[in-house]
Design a binder for this molecule. Structure first.
Ligand SMILES: CC(C)(COP(=O)(O)OP(=O)(O)OC[C@H]1O[C@@H](n2cnc3c(N)ncnc32)[C@H](O)[C@@H]1OP(=O)(O)O)[C@@H](O)C(=O)NCCC(=O)NCCS
Length: 188
């Protein structure tokens, strides 16, 4: 079921439950079929499809209600389908993040951002990001950051509207590519 655009209040934004791994997997696979997936995500559809169910079970537990290290939020339509998602990882000062970059402060790191095409341009992404940021503040994060590809101008527009802006840090996630991942930050 699809919710009409322009009616973001019709969605329920909530954290996933630890047992919802099958829906987590399906939404991820759908995200990886997006035309901009190659610049939006760090794995391919085939890689995600090949992962065993245990991977998704563990991921749902690790980012579901009750986890202190990550939280995945989804937007549910009145019909119960999932329209979009963001995940926030809690990073600790003095550690190295999943991309190999040093972490200098306690912060949230937004990953896995996806809104199904029929639910875009209606404010939903702002609701999802606000939910993720609010969770990070409750975990006493000093700031929330994310990386967005230089060519992903639509995502950059959505992040700016949600209060994020470029920090000036630009990195590469691949030895074969130029530095093209922009760090965007939202502070309290
Ligand atoms: C990124 C994403 C979640 C944003 O949600 P959305 O509902 O599309 O975002 P919005 O439409 O609210 O905001 C995008 C803004 O960029 C603008 N925009 C759209 N296409 C654009 C383009 N090609 N170039 C520049 N700006 C663009 C829009 O006009 C809008 O700004 P406005 O509301 O001031 O007009 C969604 O597009 C998506 O899932 N994309 C595929 C996956 C992805 O890229 N994830 C992010 C990985 S970092």
């Amino acid at each position: 079921m699809s919710t009409p655009t322009g009616d973001a209040d019709a969605y329920a934004v909530r954290a996933i439950r630890p047992d919802e791994w099958e829906a987590v997997k399906q939404l991820r696979l759908d995200a990886l079929r997006d035309p901009v997936a190659h610049i939006a995500f760090l794995e391919t559809y085939d890689e995600a499809l090949a992962r065993p169910d245990s991977f998704y079970r563990e991921r749902a537990i690790g980012s579901g209600e009750g986890s202190g290290t990550a939280r995945q939020f989804i937007a549910e339509t009145p019909g119960g389908s999932w329209a979009g998602t963001v995940t926030v990882l809690l990073e600790q000062a003095g550690t190295t993040d999943w991309a190999g970059c040093p972490v200098e402060r306690r912060q949230g790191h937004v990953v896995g951002v996806f809104v199904r095409p029929e639910h875009r341009a209606n404010g939903l992404i702002g609701m999802l990001l606000d939910a993720g940021v609010a969770w990070a503040w409750r975990q006493r994060a000093e700031r929330v950051r994310l990386f967005v590809h230089a060519d992903n101008t639509r995502a950059q527009g959505a992040y700016r509207k949600a209060g994020f802006g470029p920090s000036g840090l630009v990195v590469s996630f691949s030895k074969d590519e130029a530095e093209n991942e922009l760090e965007f930050v939202r502070t309290r």
